[in-house]
Structure formats: structure tokens, C-alpha cells
Design a protein around this ligand. Structure first.
Ligand code: ADP
Length: 479
């Protein structure tokens, strides 16, 4: 696997979580799994196992490869090139990328493949991720097309978020050692520019994304961010596989951030967490507050996560018979909105602006309902943590949210949460009111909780799906 992030070494989002867990899960599934990522500043893990010169376009450097063991026999390799990767940020300042990003991730791809060539490593499958990995299938198709081992490897490319497409100007082609004929509509060209994401999609043997529903949505004009035609053309090789969750880190029976353990068999520890959460936020925690449903949210405060729906409901939320425990960072207008709400209703609405792992765990455990009204959601992790923690998720029917949460139906025994369709404030508030009413029916609520807690959200389930994809990639070859 080749990617720009893998937890715990480098993580800015879901991509890092996946690459932090999937190698070990593939290893448990019987594969010899290695993840290659840049050796960013501050990473002192591992020991040097290889060193060689590398040229990419006009850039000459010397690469060190460091190796560190991962769980269950998997391993991580770090590509050391201080000029490229020993920088203050992983991608760049703020939300932008460093201007030489194409070169940085070309170096990652080439160093990973060269190391395999040098060591005669019998690679069966190369699995690259997101636009930063997009050059990997392209190089395999061009520079390594005659290589005795690499040219026969299955090639898998995974899209974690289609919104990031790796745009660069065409004059980058020679600087990345790529021939001009790739500047064509069936290769990397896209409206006069080059997309490295497209390079990955059109040259891989199998393309995956992180939920079945997202796989369908990105093939439609409304969900395809301009790529729907390209993805439809690869539709017979495009598969959605849900991410798993880290079942050790997120386990209500053994969570170091919780005051008491609990499980589906005995959820009493959840009340202890609720009390602790109310106190942590300085909210009322008397009997009345403990009886009142508590709504949790841990999120990037951006449009993708439905924050503008909430903004339109800001006048109504405080009058619901519910408290709020909110954690996140993001756009200042949304941060200010939540801060204002909390200062106006200090007994009912608690808000922390910032990143706080421990508090995120306490919110997942101590809340009754978890809110995720996303505009789009490739997979989403928080709703899965909520399910595992007996916190009933309220989500929009989109992407991975649609695949993981089953809408409440009193006549069914498998419901796990509340799901609304339209991206409107009315649909959200209507469903929220319905959920708060249902909360009073203790039996129905308990069933929702237990159904969620019993779901199989493990990486082992995901790994079994990836094994099938790897086998298809080997047997079907690249286009
Ligand atoms: P995305 O990757 O789009 O942000 P996900 O739901 O897939 O959304 O993953 C978000 C991850 O980041 C989860 O593990 C979540 O708990 C964590 N997270 C997001 N914001 C915060 C925060 N402010 N503090 C702690 N953890 C956070």
C-alpha cells in the first residue's frame, strides 16, 4: 500500500485511520502487507534498511527507506527525503498544498516502487490511495511496464474523498518523468489540466471507495464532482468497501477516557459517562438534566458536515427538550454560531472549539443521540463509533451514513438510528423531534442501542472484502 498518511505516524483524517488499520487487518487475513508513506518531520520510528539515489524529472536526491513493525506482522516503510518531507506540515499551510506537491508524491511513488525493484520483492498487489497515490498506477503502466515482477502485479486504487482531485498544470508531465501522450482525455487530462486522481482511476485494475453508497453516488452528476463520467466508464471495476473502526481504541468496555466500562449486556456505565460529560461541559447535571436527551456532535465545522443546516436551525435548537455537547473546529462562522448558542444557554448547550481525542470519546459514550447531517460522506467514522457506544446516530441518507445506519421502524427489529433524506433544515428538525419523542419509549430506545452495539464494524470484515478485490485485480489485470 502506498499512501500519504497512516496513523499513528501521520494523520489528518479518515485516510490516516484506514492506512493505520488496514495493513494489520490484511495481515490477519493472510497477506504479507506493507504500507509505504513519507517520513515526515518528527517521525523517529524504524531503522534504515535501504538507501539509493533517485531522479524524478530534473530532481536528483538520495532516498532512505526506514522500516517499522506494525501489529500482526504487517510493516510500515517510511520514505526519507528531507527536502521533500521534513517540513512543518504534511501537505502545506492552511488548507493549501505545497506548490511542489506533485513532485513530493511522485518521489513517494517512485521510491516505493524502486525499493521493491531493488529488493526483488515479489509484489502481488500494489494498492495506492487518493490523489497523492494517483501516480502509482501511472508509473506502473509507463516506467515499469516491462518489469518482470511489477508489471504483473494487481493494481488497486482507493478513493477516500473524491473532492480532492490533485490538479496540476500540464507542464508538470516532464517534471514527473511522464510522456506527453498522457495529456489526453482517456488518460490524465481534464479540462486543460492534469488530475493525478484521474491517473489513479483510469490506470488501476480495480478501483474502490469507502462505502457502497458512495460508490454509487460518485457515478452520478450530482455526486461525481465532475468525475462521474470517468467513474461510470470504470463502473464494472468500481466497488465500495466500508471502512472498519479501530475496535481496540473504540471499545466501551476498555476505553481509558471513560469513567466506567459498559457493553450491550449492561449499559449502566453509559449513565456514568453522561453525568461526567455534563459536568465536563459545566451543564446542568441534576436528575432533570440526566433524564433529558443529550445530543452529541464531534465534527469538522464545515459545509460537508451539514453545519449550514444547523445554522439555519440555530433559533430552534435551544427550545428542544434536549442538551447539546459539541466538539469541533472549522470555519469561524460555525464556531461563532456554536459559541453564541452556548453562551446564551449555558445550562443546556456545551461547546468546545478544538481537537480533543479524550473528549471525543466521552461525547460518544455520554450522549444519547449523535448528530451527523452531512451533505456528503464517503464513509464516516463517528456514526460507527456511536453505534458501538450505544449512542443512537441521527444521519442523512448519504454515502457511508446510508450504509451503516438503519432508520427506526417500530415494526422492525433491526433499526439502529434515525435517517433523513432531504438536505433541508425542515427534514433535519422533523427527524430530530421524532428521535426525541422516541427517546421517551425506553424499550424502543434500548433496542436501538443494542442493535447498534451488536453490528460488526470491524476491520476484519473490511479486509475480507479487500481480499476479493486484490484477487480480482490480479486475475483481471490493468486496462
Ligand atoms: P472526516 O474524516 O470527514 O473528518 P470522519 O467521521 O470519517 O470524518 O472522521 C473524523 C475523525 O476525526 C473521527 O475519528 C473523529 O472522532 C475525529 N475528530 C474530528 N474532529 C475532532 C475533534 N475536534 N476532536 C477530536 N476528534 C475529532
Amino acid at each position: 500500500m502506498i499512501a500519504s498518511e497512516a496513523a499513528p505516524f501521520a494523520k489528518t483524517g479518515g485516510l490516516g485511520d484506514v492506512l493505520g488499520a488496514l495493513p494489520a487487518a490484511m495481515s490477519r487475513a493472510g497477506w504479507d502487507a506493507t504500507v509505504v508513506l513519507p517520513r515526515y518531520r518528527g517521525n523517529t520510528a524504524g531503522r534504515e534498511i535501504d538507501r539509493f539515489p533517485l531522479r524524478v524529472g530534473g530532481y536528483s536526491t538520495e532516498i532512505g527507506i526506514f522500516e517499522a513493525p506494525l501489529a500482526d506482522g504487517a510493516r510500515a516503510l517510511f520514505v526519507d527525503d528531507p527536502r521533500m518531507f521534513d517540513r512543518e506540515f504534511i501537505y502545506g499551510e492552511g488548507t493549501g498544498d505545497y506548490p511542489d506537491s506533485p513532485l513530493r508524491f511522485a518521489v513517494l511513488a517512485r521510491a516505493a516502487l524502486e525499493h521493491a525493484v531493488r529488493g526483488n520483492i515479489p509484489v502481488t498487489v500494489v494498492h495506492a490511495h487518493d490523489w497523492q497515490g494517483g501516480l502509482v498506477p501511472v508509473y506502473l503502466k509507463t516506467l515499469y511496464s516491462g518489469h518482470p515482477v511489477l508489471s504483473r502485479a494487481g493494481v488497486v486504487f482507493t478513493i477516500h474523498n473524491l473532492a480532492y482531485q490533485g490538479w496540476v498544470d500540464p507542464d508538470w508531465l516532464p517534471r514527473l518523468d511522464l510522456p506527453w501522450h498522457l495529456y489526453s482525455i482517456d488518460q490524465l487530462e481534464f479540462y486543460g489540466r492534469i488530475s493525478l486522481l484521474k491517473g489513479g482511476i483510469v490506470n488501476a485494475g480495480m478501483v474502490t471507495t469507502v462505502s457502497p453508497q458512495y460508490a454509487r453516488e460518485i457515478q452520478t452528476p450530482s455526486g461525481g464532482v465532475g468525475f462521474d463520467g470517468i467513474l461510470r466508464s470504470r463502473g464494472d471495476r468500481l466497488v465500495g468497501i466500508l471502512n472498519g473502526i479501530d475496535a481496540v481504541e473504540w471499545d466501551p468496555m476498555a476505553d481509558r477516557f471513560l469513567p466506567a466500562p459498559y457493553s450491550a449486556d449492561d449499559v449502566s456505565g453509559k449513565r456514568v459517562a453522561k453525568k461526567a460529560l455534563l459536568e465536563r461541559y459545566g451543564l446542568a447535571s441534576d436528575d432533570a438534566a440526566m433524564e433529558r436527551p443529550l445530543i452529541g456532535m464531534v465534527t469538522r465545522m464545515v459545509d460537508q458536515k451539514g453545519l449550514n443546516l444547523i445554522e439555519q436551525l440555530a433559533g430552534e435548537l435551544p427550545w428542544l427538550d434536549a442538551g447539546f455537547a459539541v466538539l469541533g473546529t472549522g470555519e469561524s462562522r460555525y464556531q461563532d454560531m456554536w459559541r453564541d448558542l452556548a453562551s446564551q444557554h449555558p445550562w443546556k448547550i456545551g461547546v468546545r472549539i478544538g481537537f480533543d481525542e479524550g473528549l471525543a470519546h466521552l461525547i460518544e459514550a455520554g450522549s444519547d443521540l449523535f448528530l451527523m447531517p452531512s451533505l456528503f460522506e464517503p464513509c464516516g467514522l463517528n456514526q460507527m463509533y456511536s453505534l458501538r457506544y450505544g449512542t443512537v446516530p441521527l444521519v442523512r441518507r448519504v454515502g457511508g451514513l446510508a450504509d451503516t445506519v438503519t432508520n427506526f421502524d417500530p415494526s422492525r427489529s433491526d433499526s439502529t438510528g434515525f435517517v433523513f433524506d432531504d438536505f433541508t433544515p425542515w427534514a433535519l428538525i422533523g427527524t430530530l423531534r421524532w428521535a426525541l419523542d422516541t427517546y421517551r419509549d425506553k424499550d424502543a430506545w434500548h433496542r436501538l442501542q443494542v442493535n447498534g452495539m451488536r453490528q460488526d464494524l470491524s476491520w476484519d470484515r473490511s479486509a475480507r472484502e479487500y481480499v476479493k478485490i486484490y484477487e480480482s485485480a490480479v486475475s483481471r489485470g490493468t486496462p
